[in-house]
Design a protein. Structure first.
Length: 136
């Protein structure tokens, strides 16, 4: 839901600051990069996918494990995992007949941790990630 702007959220006059506009435009990434970034953040915007990523932040899990953790059917889990894999947020490792899913890298874990901290959500093990990133 997009909040409706209150009068305090807008300027009382229209005055464009050309240098600020120039610097902001110069800093904008190419549109294809913005599109990829929006798709990645879109994955974080879905509660089911966010729950899956959070579970995978604990340890690698197979589809059956994720289905049990989230109380969902395996086809629904597989569908979401396919999207997360396409977006580069999870990766797989085959072990015989099992396929283990894990977070693709520490960037994904950091995004989860920072997002959780931002909304005041306590997630086990995530504060260490934030502390490690802050000291780097």
């Amino acid at each position: 839901m997009i909040p409706i702007l209150a009068p305090a959220d807008t300027c009382d006059i229209t005055h464009v600051h050309p240098e600020g506009v120039r610097r902001a435009r110069a800093a904008l990434p190419a549109m294809n990069a913005i599109t990829r970034l929006a798709a990645m953040f879109g994955a974080f915007g879905d509660p089911t996918r966010l729950r899956m990523l959070t579970a995978l932040a604990v340890e690698p899990l197979c589809v059956c494990d994720l289905a049990a953790v989230l109380s969902m059917k395996q086809p629904a889990i597989s569908h979401q995992l396919r999207l997360l894999r396409t977006l580069g947020l999870v990766e797989t490792q085959r072990d015989g007949k099992l396929i283990w899913y894990s977070l693709a890298d520490d960037h994904v874990r950091t995004l989860l941790a920072v997002g959780a901290e931002h909304v005041g959500c306590l997630m086990p093990g995530m504060s260490e990630i934030i502390d490690r990133e802050a000291s780097a």
